[in-house]
Ligand binder design. Structure first.
Ligand SMILES: *Cc1c(COP(=O)(O)O)cnc(C)c1O
Length: 532
Protein backbone atom coordinates (compact mmCIF):
# COMPACT_ATOMS: atom_id res chain seq x y z
CA UNK A 1 0.00 0.00 0.00
CA UNK A 2 1.34 3.42 -0.89
CA UNK A 3 2.08 5.98 1.81
CA UNK A 4 -0.15 9.05 1.73
CA UNK A 5 1.14 12.01 -0.22
CA UNK A 6 1.11 15.60 1.01
CA UNK A 7 -2.55 16.21 0.42
CA UNK A 8 -3.66 12.96 2.08
CA UNK A 9 -4.68 11.38 -1.24
CA UNK A 10 -3.50 7.84 -1.71
CA UNK A 11 -3.81 5.87 -4.90
CA UNK A 12 -5.74 2.91 -3.49
CA UNK A 13 -7.32 2.01 -6.79
CA UNK A 14 -5.72 -1.01 -8.41
CA UNK A 15 -5.91 0.72 -11.77
CA UNK A 16 -4.50 4.07 -10.72
CA UNK A 17 -1.09 4.85 -12.08
CA UNK A 18 0.67 7.07 -14.50
CA UNK A 19 -1.21 8.99 -17.13
CA UNK A 20 -0.12 7.65 -20.47
CA UNK A 21 -2.91 8.20 -22.93
CA UNK A 22 -4.73 4.99 -21.97
CA UNK A 23 -4.61 5.41 -18.19
CA UNK A 24 -5.17 8.31 -15.82
CA UNK A 25 -3.39 9.17 -12.60
CA UNK A 26 -6.61 8.77 -10.60
CA UNK A 27 -7.73 5.57 -12.30
CA UNK A 28 -10.96 7.42 -13.18
CA UNK A 29 -12.15 7.21 -16.77
CA UNK A 30 -13.88 10.46 -17.60
CA UNK A 31 -16.91 10.55 -15.34
CA UNK A 32 -16.66 6.86 -14.42
CA UNK A 33 -15.07 7.20 -11.00
CA UNK A 34 -13.00 4.59 -9.24
CA UNK A 35 -13.93 4.01 -5.63
CA UNK A 36 -11.89 2.09 -3.06
CA UNK A 37 -13.48 0.12 -0.23
CA UNK A 38 -14.69 2.12 2.73
CA UNK A 39 -12.01 0.46 4.86
CA UNK A 40 -9.38 1.84 2.54
CA UNK A 41 -10.60 5.44 2.65
CA UNK A 42 -12.23 5.60 6.09
CA UNK A 43 -10.33 6.17 9.26
CA UNK A 44 -11.07 5.17 12.83
CA UNK A 45 -10.07 8.61 14.06
CA UNK A 46 -12.50 10.56 11.92
CA UNK A 47 -16.26 10.57 12.08
CA UNK A 48 -19.16 12.41 10.51
CA UNK A 49 -21.09 12.75 13.77
CA UNK A 50 -20.43 14.59 16.99
CA UNK A 51 -21.89 12.69 19.94
CA UNK A 52 -21.19 13.25 23.61
CA UNK A 53 -19.01 10.63 25.27
CA UNK A 54 -21.35 8.04 26.77
CA UNK A 55 -21.41 7.81 30.54
CA UNK A 56 -20.64 4.18 31.23
CA UNK A 57 -20.27 4.62 34.98
CA UNK A 58 -23.51 2.74 35.49
CA UNK A 59 -24.61 0.16 32.95
CA UNK A 60 -25.93 -3.36 32.86
CA UNK A 61 -23.38 -4.75 30.43
CA UNK A 62 -21.57 -6.74 33.09
CA UNK A 63 -18.31 -7.96 31.69
CA UNK A 64 -19.32 -7.10 28.14
CA UNK A 65 -18.21 -3.48 28.04
CA UNK A 66 -16.01 -3.01 24.99
CA UNK A 67 -12.52 -2.15 26.10
CA UNK A 68 -10.93 -1.66 22.69
CA UNK A 69 -11.76 0.54 19.74
CA UNK A 70 -14.46 -0.93 17.50
CA UNK A 71 -12.33 -0.13 14.44
CA UNK A 72 -15.06 1.09 12.11
CA UNK A 73 -13.91 3.43 9.36
CA UNK A 74 -15.35 6.92 9.78
CA UNK A 75 -16.14 9.40 7.02
CA UNK A 76 -17.61 12.88 6.99
CA UNK A 77 -21.11 13.19 5.58
CA UNK A 78 -20.04 14.42 2.11
CA UNK A 79 -17.44 11.65 1.94
CA UNK A 80 -20.01 9.03 2.94
CA UNK A 81 -22.54 10.35 0.40
CA UNK A 82 -19.94 10.31 -2.37
CA UNK A 83 -18.72 6.84 -1.44
CA UNK A 84 -22.14 5.25 -1.77
CA UNK A 85 -23.16 7.34 -4.77
CA UNK A 86 -20.01 6.28 -6.62
CA UNK A 87 -20.61 2.65 -5.74
CA UNK A 88 -24.22 2.90 -6.94
CA UNK A 89 -22.98 4.19 -10.30
CA UNK A 90 -20.97 1.00 -10.78
CA UNK A 91 -24.20 -0.99 -10.99
CA UNK A 92 -26.07 -1.56 -14.19
CA UNK A 93 -29.77 -1.10 -13.49
CA UNK A 94 -33.09 -1.29 -15.27
CA UNK A 95 -33.35 2.47 -14.64
CA UNK A 96 -30.24 2.91 -16.84
CA UNK A 97 -31.05 0.78 -19.82
CA UNK A 98 -32.38 -2.40 -21.37
CA UNK A 99 -31.63 -5.43 -19.19
CA UNK A 100 -31.95 -8.41 -21.53
CA UNK A 101 -31.46 -11.23 -18.99
CA UNK A 102 -33.66 -14.09 -20.22
CA UNK A 103 -35.92 -15.81 -17.68
CA UNK A 104 -35.58 -12.82 -15.32
CA UNK A 105 -38.25 -10.43 -16.68
CA UNK A 106 -36.28 -7.28 -15.93
CA UNK A 107 -39.11 -4.84 -16.64
CA UNK A 108 -39.56 -1.23 -15.58
CA UNK A 109 -40.65 -0.82 -11.95
CA UNK A 110 -43.46 1.75 -12.10
CA UNK A 111 -42.97 4.60 -9.64
CA UNK A 112 -46.58 4.47 -8.49
CA UNK A 113 -45.74 1.09 -6.89
CA UNK A 114 -42.97 2.71 -4.88
CA UNK A 115 -45.25 5.51 -3.78
CA UNK A 116 -47.83 3.06 -2.49
CA UNK A 117 -45.28 0.82 -0.77
CA UNK A 118 -43.91 3.82 1.12
CA UNK A 119 -47.29 4.91 2.53
CA UNK A 120 -46.78 4.85 6.31
CA UNK A 121 -49.85 2.68 6.88
CA UNK A 122 -48.16 -0.08 4.89
CA UNK A 123 -44.47 0.66 5.40
CA UNK A 124 -44.61 1.02 9.18
CA UNK A 125 -46.74 -1.96 10.22
CA UNK A 126 -45.09 -4.62 12.33
CA UNK A 127 -45.84 -8.31 11.84
CA UNK A 128 -46.49 -8.80 15.56
CA UNK A 129 -49.11 -6.01 15.78
CA UNK A 130 -52.57 -7.08 17.00
CA UNK A 131 -54.64 -8.32 14.07
CA UNK A 132 -57.36 -5.68 14.54
CA UNK A 133 -54.78 -2.92 13.94
CA UNK A 134 -53.57 -4.34 10.60
CA UNK A 135 -56.84 -5.08 8.85
CA UNK A 136 -55.79 -2.86 5.93
CA UNK A 137 -52.54 -4.73 5.40
CA UNK A 138 -54.31 -8.08 5.60
CA UNK A 139 -56.87 -6.65 3.17
CA UNK A 140 -54.06 -5.94 0.69
CA UNK A 141 -52.75 -9.50 1.02
CA UNK A 142 -56.25 -10.82 0.54
CA UNK A 143 -57.07 -8.64 -2.47
CA UNK A 144 -53.79 -9.58 -4.14
CA UNK A 145 -54.49 -13.25 -3.37
CA UNK A 146 -57.88 -12.95 -5.07
CA UNK A 147 -56.30 -11.40 -8.19
CA UNK A 148 -53.71 -14.18 -8.36
CA UNK A 149 -56.41 -16.85 -8.04
CA UNK A 150 -58.50 -15.17 -10.71
CA UNK A 151 -55.60 -14.73 -13.14
CA UNK A 152 -54.51 -18.35 -12.77
CA UNK A 153 -57.94 -19.98 -12.48
CA UNK A 154 -56.91 -21.64 -9.21
CA UNK A 155 -58.96 -21.87 -5.98
CA UNK A 156 -56.23 -21.09 -3.43
CA UNK A 157 -52.88 -19.40 -2.98
CA UNK A 158 -50.12 -19.56 -0.39
CA UNK A 159 -48.78 -16.03 -0.04
CA UNK A 160 -45.81 -16.57 2.28
CA UNK A 161 -43.06 -17.98 0.01
CA UNK A 162 -40.38 -15.37 -0.49
CA UNK A 163 -39.01 -16.16 -3.94
CA UNK A 164 -39.60 -18.43 -6.90
CA UNK A 165 -37.40 -21.21 -5.56
CA UNK A 166 -39.05 -20.92 -2.12
CA UNK A 167 -42.41 -21.23 -3.87
CA UNK A 168 -41.23 -24.37 -5.67
CA UNK A 169 -40.38 -25.89 -2.31
CA UNK A 170 -43.82 -24.89 -1.01
CA UNK A 171 -45.53 -26.60 -3.97
CA UNK A 172 -43.45 -29.76 -3.73
CA UNK A 173 -44.05 -29.98 0.05
CA UNK A 174 -47.81 -29.67 -0.65
CA UNK A 175 -47.54 -32.54 -3.13
CA UNK A 176 -45.62 -34.63 -0.62
CA UNK A 177 -48.17 -33.88 2.14
CA UNK A 178 -51.05 -34.83 -0.21
CA UNK A 179 -49.41 -38.12 -1.14
CA UNK A 180 -48.51 -38.93 2.47
CA UNK A 181 -52.12 -38.26 3.51
CA UNK A 182 -53.11 -40.98 1.04
CA UNK A 183 -50.43 -43.29 2.43
CA UNK A 184 -48.85 -43.22 -1.03
CA UNK A 185 -45.15 -42.47 -0.60
CA UNK A 186 -43.58 -41.90 -4.02
CA UNK A 187 -39.94 -41.24 -4.76
CA UNK A 188 -39.48 -39.64 -8.14
CA UNK A 189 -40.07 -36.18 -9.60
CA UNK A 190 -39.76 -35.89 -13.38
CA UNK A 191 -38.13 -32.73 -14.72
CA UNK A 192 -37.57 -31.87 -18.39
CA UNK A 193 -34.02 -31.36 -19.67
CA UNK A 194 -34.63 -27.68 -20.26
CA UNK A 195 -35.75 -26.99 -16.66
CA UNK A 196 -34.49 -24.05 -14.64
CA UNK A 197 -31.80 -25.27 -12.22
CA UNK A 198 -34.01 -24.51 -9.23
CA UNK A 199 -36.51 -27.23 -10.27
CA UNK A 200 -34.28 -30.30 -9.83
CA UNK A 201 -32.62 -28.62 -6.83
CA UNK A 202 -36.03 -28.17 -5.15
CA UNK A 203 -37.12 -31.75 -5.81
CA UNK A 204 -33.82 -33.11 -4.49
CA UNK A 205 -33.98 -30.83 -1.43
CA UNK A 206 -37.44 -32.19 -0.65
CA UNK A 207 -36.01 -35.70 -0.73
CA UNK A 208 -37.07 -36.82 -4.21
CA UNK A 209 -35.00 -38.55 -6.85
CA UNK A 210 -34.94 -36.43 -10.00
CA UNK A 211 -35.24 -37.99 -13.43
CA UNK A 212 -34.90 -36.12 -16.71
CA UNK A 213 -37.46 -36.09 -19.47
CA UNK A 214 -35.98 -35.34 -22.91
CA UNK A 215 -37.06 -32.51 -25.18
CA UNK A 216 -38.26 -32.92 -28.75
CA UNK A 217 -36.27 -31.47 -31.64
CA UNK A 218 -38.59 -28.47 -31.60
CA UNK A 219 -37.72 -27.63 -27.97
CA UNK A 220 -40.78 -28.90 -26.10
CA UNK A 221 -41.34 -31.70 -23.57
CA UNK A 222 -41.41 -35.13 -25.25
CA UNK A 223 -44.94 -36.23 -24.30
CA UNK A 224 -44.43 -39.83 -25.39
CA UNK A 225 -41.24 -40.15 -23.30
CA UNK A 226 -43.01 -38.60 -20.33
CA UNK A 227 -45.98 -40.94 -20.61
CA UNK A 228 -43.67 -43.93 -20.90
CA UNK A 229 -41.92 -43.04 -17.64
CA UNK A 230 -45.08 -42.42 -15.54
CA UNK A 231 -45.88 -45.04 -12.92
CA UNK A 232 -46.63 -45.70 -9.23
CA UNK A 233 -43.24 -44.32 -8.10
CA UNK A 234 -43.69 -40.89 -9.75
CA UNK A 235 -44.88 -38.22 -7.30
CA UNK A 236 -45.17 -35.57 -9.96
CA UNK A 237 -43.61 -33.47 -12.71
CA UNK A 238 -42.15 -29.97 -12.63
CA UNK A 239 -42.69 -28.19 -15.91
CA UNK A 240 -41.90 -24.61 -16.82
CA UNK A 241 -44.53 -23.08 -19.09
CA UNK A 242 -43.72 -21.10 -21.18
CA UNK A 243 -40.53 -23.12 -21.12
CA UNK A 244 -36.91 -22.00 -20.94
CA UNK A 245 -36.54 -22.26 -24.72
CA UNK A 246 -39.11 -19.45 -24.87
CA UNK A 247 -41.83 -21.78 -26.19
CA UNK A 248 -45.33 -22.53 -24.98
CA UNK A 249 -45.84 -26.17 -23.96
CA UNK A 250 -48.83 -26.88 -26.18
CA UNK A 251 -49.29 -30.37 -24.72
CA UNK A 252 -49.67 -29.09 -21.16
CA UNK A 253 -53.24 -30.36 -20.75
CA UNK A 254 -52.31 -33.78 -22.12
CA UNK A 255 -49.28 -33.86 -19.80
CA UNK A 256 -51.46 -33.02 -16.76
CA UNK A 257 -54.10 -35.60 -17.69
CA UNK A 258 -51.47 -38.31 -18.05
CA UNK A 259 -49.76 -37.42 -14.76
CA UNK A 260 -53.09 -37.34 -12.88
CA UNK A 261 -54.15 -40.66 -14.39
CA UNK A 262 -50.92 -42.13 -13.02
CA UNK A 263 -51.67 -40.75 -9.52
CA UNK A 264 -49.12 -37.91 -9.60
CA UNK A 265 -49.34 -34.11 -9.34
CA UNK A 266 -48.34 -31.33 -11.71
CA UNK A 267 -46.04 -28.55 -10.57
CA UNK A 268 -45.74 -25.66 -13.01
CA UNK A 269 -42.81 -23.27 -12.73
CA UNK A 270 -44.66 -20.01 -13.34
CA UNK A 271 -41.63 -17.72 -13.47
CA UNK A 272 -42.48 -17.01 -17.11
CA UNK A 273 -46.10 -16.07 -16.40
CA UNK A 274 -45.45 -12.63 -17.93
CA UNK A 275 -45.87 -14.13 -21.39
CA UNK A 276 -49.37 -15.50 -20.74
CA UNK A 277 -50.90 -13.39 -17.96
CA UNK A 278 -54.48 -12.46 -18.84
CA UNK A 279 -54.49 -14.98 -21.73
CA UNK A 280 -53.97 -18.45 -20.28
CA UNK A 281 -55.14 -19.74 -16.89
CA UNK A 282 -52.84 -22.51 -15.63
CA UNK A 283 -55.79 -23.95 -13.70
CA UNK A 284 -57.42 -24.77 -17.05
CA UNK A 285 -54.31 -26.74 -18.01
CA UNK A 286 -54.57 -29.09 -15.03
CA UNK A 287 -51.78 -27.53 -12.96
CA UNK A 288 -51.84 -28.40 -9.23
CA UNK A 289 -49.32 -25.88 -7.96
CA UNK A 290 -47.49 -22.95 -9.54
CA UNK A 291 -45.36 -20.20 -8.11
CA UNK A 292 -45.68 -16.68 -9.40
CA UNK A 293 -42.62 -14.45 -9.16
CA UNK A 294 -44.15 -11.12 -8.14
CA UNK A 295 -40.69 -9.68 -8.76
CA UNK A 296 -40.86 -10.72 -12.40
CA UNK A 297 -44.43 -10.66 -13.71
CA UNK A 298 -45.75 -7.98 -11.37
CA UNK A 299 -42.81 -5.60 -11.60
CA UNK A 300 -41.57 -5.57 -8.03
CA UNK A 301 -37.87 -4.67 -8.13
CA UNK A 302 -35.29 -7.43 -8.19
CA UNK A 303 -31.66 -7.97 -8.90
CA UNK A 304 -28.82 -8.04 -6.44
CA UNK A 305 -30.48 -10.88 -4.60
CA UNK A 306 -33.87 -9.64 -3.57
CA UNK A 307 -36.23 -9.18 -1.99
CA UNK A 308 -38.46 -11.43 -4.02
CA UNK A 309 -41.90 -12.87 -3.48
CA UNK A 310 -43.20 -16.17 -4.80
CA UNK A 311 -46.85 -16.86 -3.94
CA UNK A 312 -48.00 -20.37 -4.92
CA UNK A 313 -51.44 -20.98 -6.40
CA UNK A 314 -52.90 -24.37 -5.48
CA UNK A 315 -55.51 -26.67 -6.99
CA UNK A 316 -58.53 -28.03 -5.09
CA UNK A 317 -56.51 -31.21 -4.47
CA UNK A 318 -53.58 -29.40 -2.83
CA UNK A 319 -55.30 -26.50 -1.01
CA UNK A 320 -55.77 -28.40 2.28
CA UNK A 321 -52.01 -28.95 2.54
CA UNK A 322 -50.84 -25.34 2.02
CA UNK A 323 -48.58 -23.64 4.53
CA UNK A 324 -49.55 -21.46 7.50
CA UNK A 325 -50.21 -18.72 8.19
CA UNK A 326 -53.00 -17.71 5.88
CA UNK A 327 -55.75 -15.13 6.18
CA UNK A 328 -59.41 -16.04 6.19
CA UNK A 329 -62.09 -13.66 4.97
CA UNK A 330 -65.43 -13.54 6.83
CA UNK A 331 -68.94 -12.55 5.80
CA UNK A 332 -68.83 -9.47 8.08
CA UNK A 333 -65.88 -8.13 6.09
CA UNK A 334 -63.20 -8.82 8.70
CA UNK A 335 -60.10 -10.89 8.28
CA UNK A 336 -58.57 -13.26 10.75
CA UNK A 337 -55.25 -14.96 10.64
CA UNK A 338 -55.05 -18.72 10.75
CA UNK A 339 -51.84 -19.52 12.56
CA UNK A 340 -50.41 -22.63 14.12
CA UNK A 341 -52.36 -22.28 17.37
CA UNK A 342 -55.73 -21.89 15.68
CA UNK A 343 -55.08 -24.07 12.66
CA UNK A 344 -55.74 -27.42 14.33
CA UNK A 345 -59.40 -27.87 13.58
CA UNK A 346 -59.63 -25.44 10.64
CA UNK A 347 -56.62 -26.51 8.63
CA UNK A 348 -55.52 -29.86 10.01
CA UNK A 349 -53.49 -31.04 7.01
CA UNK A 350 -51.17 -28.05 6.54
CA UNK A 351 -47.58 -29.11 6.04
CA UNK A 352 -46.56 -26.32 8.41
CA UNK A 353 -44.88 -22.97 8.27
CA UNK A 354 -42.17 -21.84 5.89
CA UNK A 355 -41.82 -18.16 6.78
CA UNK A 356 -41.83 -16.41 10.13
CA UNK A 357 -44.65 -14.08 9.11
CA UNK A 358 -47.03 -13.42 6.22
CA UNK A 359 -44.64 -12.89 3.33
CA UNK A 360 -43.05 -9.84 1.74
CA UNK A 361 -45.47 -7.01 2.54
CA UNK A 362 -43.56 -4.42 0.48
CA UNK A 363 -43.78 -6.68 -2.56
CA UNK A 364 -47.50 -7.28 -2.00
CA UNK A 365 -48.31 -3.57 -1.98
CA UNK A 366 -46.19 -3.01 -5.08
CA UNK A 367 -47.69 -5.96 -6.97
CA UNK A 368 -51.25 -4.95 -6.12
CA UNK A 369 -50.54 -1.33 -7.16
CA UNK A 370 -49.18 -2.69 -10.46
CA UNK A 371 -52.22 -4.91 -11.02
CA UNK A 372 -54.75 -2.21 -10.16
CA UNK A 373 -53.01 0.43 -12.29
CA UNK A 374 -53.01 -1.93 -15.30
CA UNK A 375 -56.45 -3.44 -14.83
CA UNK A 376 -57.43 -6.75 -16.39
CA UNK A 377 -57.17 -5.38 -19.94
CA UNK A 378 -53.77 -3.85 -19.23
CA UNK A 379 -52.38 -7.13 -17.88
CA UNK A 380 -53.56 -8.89 -21.01
CA UNK A 381 -51.75 -6.29 -23.09
CA UNK A 382 -48.59 -6.77 -21.02
CA UNK A 383 -48.39 -10.39 -22.20
CA UNK A 384 -49.11 -9.43 -25.80
CA UNK A 385 -46.48 -6.68 -25.91
CA UNK A 386 -43.85 -8.82 -24.14
CA UNK A 387 -44.33 -11.56 -26.74
CA UNK A 388 -44.34 -9.05 -29.62
CA UNK A 389 -41.06 -7.48 -28.45
CA UNK A 390 -39.34 -10.87 -28.13
CA UNK A 391 -40.50 -11.94 -31.59
CA UNK A 392 -39.28 -8.63 -33.02
CA UNK A 393 -35.79 -9.43 -31.69
CA UNK A 394 -35.96 -13.06 -32.84
CA UNK A 395 -36.97 -12.24 -36.41
CA UNK A 396 -34.70 -9.18 -36.68
CA UNK A 397 -31.59 -11.17 -35.83
CA UNK A 398 -32.39 -14.54 -37.36
CA UNK A 399 -30.07 -13.86 -40.31
CA UNK A 400 -27.18 -12.82 -38.05
CA UNK A 401 -27.50 -15.34 -35.21
CA UNK A 402 -28.58 -18.98 -35.25
CA UNK A 403 -32.08 -19.37 -33.75
CA UNK A 404 -32.27 -23.10 -32.92
CA UNK A 405 -36.05 -23.14 -32.48
CA UNK A 406 -36.83 -20.35 -34.90
CA UNK A 407 -38.77 -22.83 -37.01
CA UNK A 408 -40.90 -24.00 -34.05
CA UNK A 409 -43.20 -21.03 -34.55
CA UNK A 410 -43.35 -17.67 -32.77
CA UNK A 411 -41.50 -17.52 -29.47
CA UNK A 412 -43.12 -16.38 -26.27
CA UNK A 413 -41.52 -13.66 -24.13
CA UNK A 414 -37.87 -14.50 -24.88
CA UNK A 415 -35.71 -15.13 -27.93
CA UNK A 416 -33.15 -17.93 -27.91
CA UNK A 417 -29.98 -17.97 -30.03
CA UNK A 418 -26.95 -20.25 -30.21
CA UNK A 419 -23.25 -19.80 -31.09
CA UNK A 420 -23.58 -21.88 -34.27
CA UNK A 421 -21.82 -20.07 -37.12
CA UNK A 422 -19.28 -18.23 -34.95
CA UNK A 423 -15.70 -18.41 -36.24
CA UNK A 424 -13.40 -21.01 -34.70
CA UNK A 425 -12.52 -19.94 -31.13
CA UNK A 426 -15.22 -17.25 -30.79
CA UNK A 427 -17.72 -17.87 -28.02
CA UNK A 428 -20.96 -16.66 -26.51
CA UNK A 429 -18.87 -15.21 -23.69
CA UNK A 430 -16.96 -13.00 -26.16
CA UNK A 431 -20.21 -11.65 -27.57
CA UNK A 432 -21.56 -11.01 -24.06
CA UNK A 433 -18.40 -9.09 -23.12
CA UNK A 434 -18.74 -7.06 -26.31
CA UNK A 435 -22.28 -6.17 -25.25
CA UNK A 436 -20.83 -4.53 -22.11
CA UNK A 437 -18.75 -2.24 -24.34
CA UNK A 438 -21.96 -1.32 -26.17
CA UNK A 439 -23.51 -0.27 -22.84
CA UNK A 440 -25.76 -3.24 -22.12
CA UNK A 441 -25.92 -5.80 -19.36
CA UNK A 442 -25.29 -9.15 -21.09
CA UNK A 443 -28.13 -11.55 -21.81
CA UNK A 444 -28.56 -14.86 -20.00
CA UNK A 445 -25.91 -17.16 -21.44
CA UNK A 446 -25.20 -20.88 -21.59
CA UNK A 447 -28.79 -21.50 -20.41
CA UNK A 448 -30.89 -23.44 -21.25
CA UNK A 449 -28.34 -26.26 -21.32
CA UNK A 450 -30.03 -27.98 -24.26
CA UNK A 451 -28.66 -25.34 -26.65
CA UNK A 452 -24.92 -24.96 -27.34
CA UNK A 453 -23.60 -21.53 -26.37
CA UNK A 454 -27.14 -20.38 -25.60
CA UNK A 455 -28.09 -16.71 -25.52
CA UNK A 456 -31.50 -16.10 -23.96
CA UNK A 457 -32.87 -12.61 -24.46
CA UNK A 458 -36.00 -11.25 -22.77
CA UNK A 459 -36.72 -7.64 -23.67
CA UNK A 460 -40.05 -7.39 -21.74
CA UNK A 461 -42.94 -5.18 -22.77
CA UNK A 462 -41.51 -2.00 -21.25
CA UNK A 463 -38.94 -1.36 -24.02
CA UNK A 464 -39.79 0.98 -26.87
CA UNK A 465 -39.25 0.07 -30.51
CA UNK A 466 -36.44 2.64 -30.73
CA UNK A 467 -34.76 1.03 -27.72
CA UNK A 468 -35.10 -2.42 -29.26
CA UNK A 469 -33.73 -1.22 -32.59
CA UNK A 470 -30.59 0.12 -30.92
CA UNK A 471 -30.09 -3.14 -29.02
CA UNK A 472 -30.62 -5.17 -32.19
CA UNK A 473 -28.04 -3.02 -34.02
CA UNK A 474 -25.51 -3.63 -31.24
CA UNK A 475 -26.15 -7.39 -31.24
CA UNK A 476 -26.01 -7.58 -35.03
CA UNK A 477 -22.63 -5.88 -35.10
CA UNK A 478 -21.29 -8.21 -32.40
CA UNK A 479 -22.68 -11.27 -34.18
CA UNK A 480 -20.94 -10.20 -37.37
CA UNK A 481 -17.65 -9.76 -35.50
CA UNK A 482 -18.04 -13.21 -33.90
CA UNK A 483 -18.77 -14.83 -37.27
CA UNK A 484 -15.85 -13.04 -38.89
CA UNK A 485 -13.48 -14.14 -36.10
CA UNK A 486 -12.64 -10.54 -35.15
CA UNK A 487 -9.90 -11.11 -32.56
CA UNK A 488 -10.47 -7.70 -30.94
CA UNK A 489 -13.73 -9.09 -29.55
CA UNK A 490 -11.63 -11.47 -27.44
CA UNK A 491 -10.32 -8.45 -25.53
CA UNK A 492 -13.76 -7.01 -24.76
CA UNK A 493 -14.77 -5.21 -22.63
CA UNK A 494 -12.24 -2.52 -23.44
CA UNK A 495 -14.29 0.49 -22.30
CA UNK A 496 -15.35 -0.87 -18.89
CA UNK A 497 -13.55 0.07 -15.66
CA UNK A 498 -12.55 -3.61 -15.33
CA UNK A 499 -11.63 -5.95 -18.16
CA UNK A 500 -12.10 -9.73 -18.11
CA UNK A 501 -12.18 -11.00 -14.55
CA UNK A 502 -11.67 -14.53 -13.29
CA UNK A 503 -15.37 -15.12 -12.73
CA UNK A 504 -14.94 -18.76 -11.77
CA UNK A 505 -12.48 -17.86 -9.04
CA UNK A 506 -14.77 -15.05 -7.87
CA UNK A 507 -17.71 -17.45 -7.64
CA UNK A 508 -15.80 -20.36 -6.10
CA UNK A 509 -13.55 -18.43 -3.74
CA UNK A 510 -15.32 -15.16 -3.01
CA UNK A 511 -13.37 -12.75 -0.83
CA UNK A 512 -16.09 -11.34 1.37
CA UNK A 513 -14.15 -9.74 4.19
CA UNK A 514 -11.54 -7.05 4.09
CA UNK A 515 -8.33 -7.50 5.94
CA UNK A 516 -5.66 -4.91 6.26
CA UNK A 517 -2.98 -5.50 3.64
CA UNK A 518 0.37 -6.66 4.98
CA UNK A 519 2.83 -3.79 5.18
CA UNK A 520 6.57 -4.01 4.88
CA UNK A 521 8.41 -3.47 8.20
CA UNK A 522 9.00 0.22 8.84
CA UNK A 523 6.07 1.41 6.74
CA UNK A 524 3.07 2.83 8.61
CA UNK A 525 0.05 0.51 8.65
CA UNK A 526 -3.05 1.73 6.88
CA UNK A 527 -4.86 2.75 10.06
CA UNK A 528 -1.80 4.74 11.10
CA UNK A 529 -1.63 6.58 7.79
CA UNK A 530 -4.53 8.91 8.39
CA UNK A 531 -7.49 9.16 6.08
CA UNK A 532 -8.43 11.61 3.44
C1 LIG B 1 -36.35 -16.87 -11.83
C2 LIG B 1 -36.74 -18.25 -12.05
C3 LIG B 1 -36.87 -19.17 -10.98
C4 LIG B 1 -36.46 -18.86 -9.56
O1 LIG B 1 -37.04 -17.72 -9.01
P1 LIG B 1 -36.32 -16.94 -7.82
O2 LIG B 1 -37.29 -15.92 -7.40
O3 LIG B 1 -35.04 -16.38 -8.39
O4 LIG B 1 -36.02 -17.94 -6.72
C5 LIG B 1 -37.33 -20.43 -11.26
N1 LIG B 1 -37.63 -20.81 -12.52
C6 LIG B 1 -37.48 -19.96 -13.57
C7 LIG B 1 -37.86 -20.44 -14.95
C8 LIG B 1 -37.04 -18.66 -13.37
O5 LIG B 1 -36.90 -17.84 -14.42
Amino acid sequence: MNAPNQSGWKPTSPVAGTADGANTVTGNKALMLEEPLIFEIGNCETTGVDLPEPDLSSNRLGGFVRDAEIGLPGLSEPEAVRHYTRLSRQNYAIDLGLFPLGSCTMKHNPRVNEKVARMPGFADVHPLQPVDTVQGALGVINELAQWLCKLTGMPGVAMTPKAGAHGELCGILCIRAALEAKGDAREVILVPESAHGTNPATAAFAGYRVENIPATAEGRVDLAALKARLGPDVAGVMITNPNTCGLFERDMKAISDAVHAAGGYVYCDGANFNAIVGRVRPGDLGVDAMHINLHKTFSTPHGGGGPGSGPVVLSEALCPYGPLPFSEFHADGTLTLVEEETAGERHPHSFGRMSAFHGQMGMFTRALAYILSHGADGLRQVAGDAVLNANYILRSLEDALDAPFGASGPCMHEALFSDKGFAEGMTTLDLAKGLIDEGYHPMTMYFPLVVHGAMLIEPTETESKAGLDQFIAALRSLAERARAGDETLKAAPIHAPRRRLDETLAARKPVLTWSEPEVAPGEPSLSEQGGS
